[in-house]
Design a protein around this ligand. Structure first.
Ligand SMILES: NC(=O)c1ccc[n+]([C@@H]2O[C@H](COP(=O)([O-])OP(=O)(O)OC[C@H]3O[C@@H](n4cnc5c(N)ncnc54)[C@H](O)[C@@H]3O)[C@@H](O)[C@H]2O)c1
Length: 254
């Protein structure tokens, strides 16, 4: 019960690795506030957590809107009295496309959700973490910050910038008892990848390629991401700040 009496926010927590992480926080005793745009899945998460007496509060939150994140942090403080950690996880994919075909609209949307969403989450969580006497932030970047996946220019740009922002905040808040880290997932078996795969004409080939570029020979799971996030969010990582933790089955080592 590493998070007994702790309060955690997870953005994009209705599905995929965010959902797995929200449930893991709840299983470890945290009171969890989940923000997402998929209200049906968000409400089903609350029911799933209730089955093991897990405390999860769901709020509609579009991370590309600053006011929504401000309200999500306020909900955590109003409902549970404090905030100890936030997992800025919500993100969207860029359909695989040659870079010169990326429209301004597509670029802006990916940056608005993936990068501004993390910025807004950090910006509004930080004062609450200070009010709680300190805490942790974990931002969801990607191996795309370091390794070329191909055909995902705006996505890679957003994920690289998350790493820079993570380092800036880690230094700015190091003396204030707030640690800021990121995770860099490799290919994880979630709806995001299933959507990307199913859009392609050669879906089987794509899935085979994902396995072959991953030295461990398979896709990762949401639970494996949750393990890494909870480690960085907990006091077990008390001397770690400003890093990106690769959870990629060895991908970037190749
Ligand atoms: N799946 C992978 O292989 C992979 C690899 C590296 C990084 N990531 C990153 O991990 C994060 C989670 O991805 P996933 O694979 O679990 O995706 P997913 O699509 O399975 O889940 C993403 C969740 O975010 C929510 N969401 C989307 N837009 C939102 C918005 N504007 N505001 C709030 N919520 C929103 C969705 O409704 C969904 O519940 C993303 O940031 C993604 O870029 C994924």
């Amino acid at each position: 019960m590493r998070f007994h009496d702790k309060v955690a926010i997870v953005t994009g927590g209705a599905a995929g690795m965010g959902r797995a992480t929200a449930l893991a926080f709840a299983r470890e005793g945290a009171s969890v506030v989940v923000g997402d745009i998929n209200d049906e899945a968000g409400n089903s998460l609350v029911a799933e957590a209730e089955a093991f007496n897990g405390k999860v509060l769901y709020r509609h939150c579009d991370v590309s809107r600053e006011a929504d994140l401000e309200a999500l942090v306020a909900a955590a403080e109003q409902h549970y009295g404090r905030l100890d950690t936030i997992f800025n996880n919500a993100g969207i994919e860029q359909p695989v496309t040659p870079s010169t075909d990326v429209t301004e609209e597509l670029f802006d949307r990916v940056i608005a959700v993936n990068l501004k969403g993390v910025f807004f989450g950090c910006k509004h969580a930080l004062p609450a973490l200070l009010r709680a006497g300190g805490g942790t932030i974990v931002n969801n970047s990607s191996v795309s910050a370091f390794a070329n996946v191909g055909g995902n220019l705006s996505y890679a740009a957003s994920k690289g910038a998350i790493m820079s922002m993570t380092r800036v905040l880690a230094i700015e808040y190091a003396k204030k008892n707030i640690r800021v880290n990121a995770i860099n997932p490799g290919v994880i078996d979630t709806d995001m990848n299933r959507r990307n795969r199913d859009l392609a004409a050669n879906a089987d080939e794509i899935e085979q390629r994902w396995r072959s570029i991953t030295p461990l020979g398979r896709m990762g799971t949401g639970d494996e991401i949750a393990d890494a996030v909870l480690f960085l969010a907990s006091s077990q990582s008390s001397f770690i700040t400003g890093v990106g933790l690769l959870v990629d089955g060895g991908r970037v080592a190749t």
